[in-house]
Write a protein that binds this ligand. Structure first.
Ligand code: ATP
Length: 235
């Protein structure tokens, strides 16, 4: 589904990502764990076409090369970004925010089917369609942001620190929905600092330190691993 190799990004002389390689299978949930400044945002931006990778990078989604495409063509190719901080249209309703997600010609025609898929994952949103998005709680806003990305009918959902600013309880509620998205065949790739909760619902994980992948494995193994517990789980 997604195959990334040889991905490096520099800001001037600063190498923010070095030779990152990673894969995500269809319907898989994968988390990239990293501390502040590890390069998580840069990684997300490189996949979404918002920063230019160094020559030699390969980003393949369903067999299509993304590394030279502009951001809007990357969305068309099936990669939907849920940005950090959600970036909803806060004065518009939930319904309006969701329908703005179906902006591609391909997805506009099937917007009502996509909306049903969003409600299947986040039943709460059906009752909130006329609520102004800015008046929702942080957890609810994150649901709308993910729902809006689902309206592009993506092959892969890319989540930038979805738990940021949410309580552990709201994070649990949000993360519980992710396996339901994956079960429909949409893959989920997220970057997180919240290691314990994200590993608990992921299939696999990668460790990102100083722009390099320093470890990877099944999420259940990473949860048990002493190195991960020391570095990320505060034990
Ligand atoms: P955080 O969780 O704090 O956002 P992060 O893991 O997302 O951190 P990045 O934002 O990707 O990390 O940053 C990785 C490194 O690249 C950091 O050292 C950062 O200072 C540097 N960096 C990020 N953006 C730029 C930029 N536009 N110009 C120069 N350096 C940058």
């Amino acid at each position: 589904m997604l195959e990334v190799s040889n991905l490096s990004v520099s800001y001037g002389r600063h190498l923010a990502l070095s030779d990152v390689a990673l894969s995500v299978g269809q319907g898989e949930i994968v988390v990239v764990l990293g501390a502040n400044g590890a390069g998580k945002s840069t990684f997300i931006k490189a996949l979404a076409g918002l920063v230019t990778p160094a020559p030699g990078a390969r980003i393949l989604l369903g067999g299509q090369s993304l590394e030279r495409l502009p951001a809007h063509q990357i969305v068309e190719a099936g990669l939907a970004l849920v940005p950090e901080g959600r970036h909803l249209f806060s004065t518009l309703t939930v319904a309006e925010n969701l329908s703005l997600g179906a902006f591609l010609p391909r997805t506009r025609a099937q917007a009502s089917d996509s909306l049903e898929r969003v409600f299947a994952v986040f039943p709460k949103l059906r009752q909130r369609l006329s609520q102004i998005a800015g008046t929702m709680s942080g957890g609810e806003q994150q649901m709308v942001a993910i729902g809006r990305a689902m309206m592009t009918d993506p092959q892969l959902l890319l989540l930038d620190e979805p738990s940021l600013g949410l309580s552990p309880l709201l994070t649990t509620e949000l993360f519980r929905a992710l396996p339901n998205i994956a079960a429909t065949g949409t893959s989920v790739l997220m970057v997180e600092q919240n290691s314990h909760q994200s590993l608990s619902i992921s299939d696999r994980g990668y460790l990102l330190e100083d722009g390099r992948i320093t470890g990877e494995g099944a999420a259940s193994d990473l949860l048990q691993s002493e190195a991960v517990q020391k570095a990320y789980l505060g034990m």
